[in-house]
Design a protein around this ligand. Structure first.
Ligand SMILES: [Zn+2]
Length: 98
């Protein structure tokens, strides 16, 4: 579970093609979503489980829509060593939940 700072926002990420739910993601700040850190993924369980299971980039699958299989993110390691998905602009929508 990531730390809940004051500058944290929960977003619902969905597929831009078919609108299917992809994940709930806790993000610092309200800026553009360039990457999703694994530690910020709250659901679904399949993706949130990466927090326990993934130790390297090779442990992550591409981030795809569960319904239409559209690719929307690729595994990466951020400069500080954290695992993340590099998000493909235009292939997802994000909606602020809280
Ligand atoms: Zn889709």
């Amino acid at each position: 579970m990531g730390k809940k700072g004051k500058n944290q926002y929960l977003y619902s990420i969905s597929c831009a093609q078919c609108a299917a739910f992809v994940m709930n993601y806790r993000k610092g700040g309200k800026g553009a979503l360039l990457r999703c850190f694994v530690e910020g993924i709250e659901s679904p369980e399949k993706l949130a489980a990466y927090k326990q299971k993934a130790n390297s980039k090779e442990d992550l699958d591409n981030l795809c829509c569960p319904q239409c299989d559209c690719l929307m993110g690729v595994p990466m390691i951020y400069k500080d060593g954290r695992l993340a998905f590099r998000m493909l602009n235009g292939y997802f929508h994000k909606k602020l939940i809280k």
